[in-house]
Design a binder for this molecule. Structure first.
Ligand code: HSE
Length: 307
């Protein structure tokens, strides 16, 4: 096989309280990448037709950086040309960089028949996140690679547990961050009383997913003492937006990944009401985000075509 086209889903990393360890894959949006082996030892991009502002310098591109690390570990005389065909909004906390890094590592693994394990590919892809101004973290890349709900149970070495999820309805107000990353504002330590609450919320997320209980999942993702207090500061009127979403029938809401998008979980029959409340709440703050109605998905990376 000389070329492959792969699809990878967007993800909600952290899923409320699970900072750097939880992620949930979504039905849409998703990315599609075509990758072709080349005779030159280089990583090149064809960004024609790409709506997003994606750098073509491999060191500044999540897929490029992940593949640089991958090529440095293997003995290969080939290079690769990457063509994004479909993209996810960049810098909005929907895992666009993780999806690109995961898809490119998966694609190269298939093209060069390296037979790497999922954990090995996730570890390599997690290094690509550094290009988005962040540190290496595996939650988005694991969710994109495997689909469903993932728990990064170890970082050294990377080891991920995956669980199937119900098609939980999710409404997202998509907004780009104003800064490249806000990770440096995350506190380095936490009061023990808050640690206990955080642990209880994380346990509740896992319990709700195992039970397939959407209402409990909503309550579980609704509270977080690590990311939400930091990321919500860049969302004007966040407390009011959250209250309006809960009043409209959402079971819970929080900031998606590194922000600034806001996601809410609700029953299938309430998605239009929650989407309308989200639109109204943001408009009240003079913000006009794209509103997406989607679902949790068990699909990770899929191969669309091989040539
Ligand atoms: N766990 C990551 C964070 C996800 O919160 O920074 C965002 O990429």
């Amino acid at each position: 096989m000389k070329a492959i086209t792969v699809r990878a889903p967007s993800t909600i990393a952290n899923l409320g309280p699970g900072f750097d360890i939880f992620a949930l894959a979504l039905e849409h949006p998703y990315i599609e990448l075509r990758m072709e082996l080349t005779g030159t030892k280089s990583i090149a991009f064809n960004l024609d037709g790409c709506r997003e502002d994606i750098p073509d310098d491999p060191e500044k591109n999540c897929a490029g950086l992940a593949l640089m690390g991958m090529f440095s570990k293997i003995n290969s005389n080939t290079g690769v040309l990457i063509e994004p065909k479909k993209t996810i909004r960049v810098g909005a906390g929907l895992g666009s960089s993780g999806a690109c890094a995961s898809a490119s590592v998966y694609g190269l693994n298939r093209l060069l028949e390296l037979d790497l394990s999922h954990n090995q590919m996730i570890e390599i892809a997690s290094q690509g996140e550094i290009a988005s101004g962040s540190v290496a973290h595996a939650d988005n890349v694991a969710g994109a690679m495997l689909g469903g709900f993932v728990i990064v149970k170890s970082y050294h070495p990377v080891d991920v547990v995956r669980m199937d999820v119900l098609a939980v309805p999710i409404v997202i107000g998509v907004m780009r961050k104003t800064q490249r990353t806000t990770r440096s504002f995350i506190p380095k330590s936490m009061d023990l009383a808050l640690v206990k609450e955080q642990l209880a919320q994380c346990a509740l997320v896992v319990h709700a997913i195992m039970k397939g209980d959407i209402e409990e999942l909503g309550r579980a993702i609704n509270k977080d003492h690590i990311s939400e207090p930091v990321r919500s500061q860049s969302i004007p009127g966040y407390a009011d937006i959250k209250r309006r979403l809960l009043d409209s029938g959402a079971y819970g809401c929080n900031v998606s990944g590194g922000g600034r998008s806001v996601f809410a979980i609700c029953d299938e029959g309430r998605t239009q009401d929650v989407a309308a409340a989200m639109q109204e709440a943001f408009n009240h703050e003079h913000i006009d985000p794209e509103i997406i109605i989607t679902r949790a998905s068990n699909e990770g990376i899929t191969e669309i075509a091989g040539e």
